[in-house]
Ligand binder design. Structure first.
Ligand code: VGL
Ligand code: ZN
Length: 213
């Protein structure tokens, strides 16, 4: 069975090599979501994706601040910024989508994190909410009203993308078995799920998709 409702789209967040085992910012068990996403892709007629896509000199990289290490938090132009290992640099293997994904049927890809001065966890806006990726206007013009969100990482890009989607008025779901957290602090993934629920985002497992959406 397949969801043919054109108002519904699957949104794959940052399923890129650097967030998978072997990558620069590997999310534990990140590869476990790949078969789940593969199955989900067969169930949706509309599929969109985001791509973390940084320049080499991006200011979210610890390596671009002398004496700083990944995991440290700094003030970056007035915003609190976690420093990351160099990851998802434009044109590198790490920025590419997993080879285990079927990308041919994706309708559109929205790149984020291209401005070196500001990070961009949400697939809609940068963290300062100055720039946007075009995702909102695309969804609006395409008549999409329901977003089913999954990918990496639950406590960063999936969370902020889903919170923005909900706030922007989309009926928003997160597929709990098709995401994993970075867990810089051990409870971050659990906290993210609580925040999402509290904001009105619906959580479900991949096996429930056809029954609920
Ligand atoms: C992400 C940290 C830095 C993510 C991206 O995709 O969740 N996390 N850049
Ligand atoms: Zn990033």
């Amino acid at each position: 069975m397949r969801i043919n409702n054109s108002q519904v789209a699957l949104l794959l967040v940052d399923v890129q090599n650097d967030f998978l085992p072997g990558g620069a910012l590997a999310v534990k068990e990140g590869d476990r979501i790949l078969p789940v996403i593969q199955k989900l892709q067969g169930q949706f007629s509309r599929i969109l994706a985001t791509q973390d896509f940084h320049p080499q000199d991006h200011e979210s990289f610890a390596a671009n601040h002398s004496g700083k290490t990944p995991g440290e938090v700094i003030d970056l132009h007035g915003f609190s910024q976690v420093l990351w290992p160099v990851h998802c640099v434009q044109g590198t293997w790490g920025a590419a989508f997993s080879e285990q994904l079927q990308t041919a049927s994706w309708e559109a890809i929205f790149q984020k994190g291209k401005n070196k001065s500001v990070d961009s966890y949400s697939g809609f806006f940068d963290n300062a909410r100055r720039g946007d990726t075009g995702l909102y206007s695309y969804l609006h013009q395409a008549g999409i009203r329901t977003l089913v969100v999954c990918g990496l990482a639950l406590d960063y890009c999936v969370k902020f993308t889903a919170l923005d989607a909900q706030e922007l008025g989309f009926e928003t779901y997160v597929i709990t078995d098709a995401t994993r957290a970075v867990n810089l602090h051990s409870q971050d993934g659990e906290k993210a799920l609580e925040e999402l629920k509290h904001a009105g985002v619906k959580l479900m497992e991949s096996t429930q998709v056809l029954a609920y959406v």
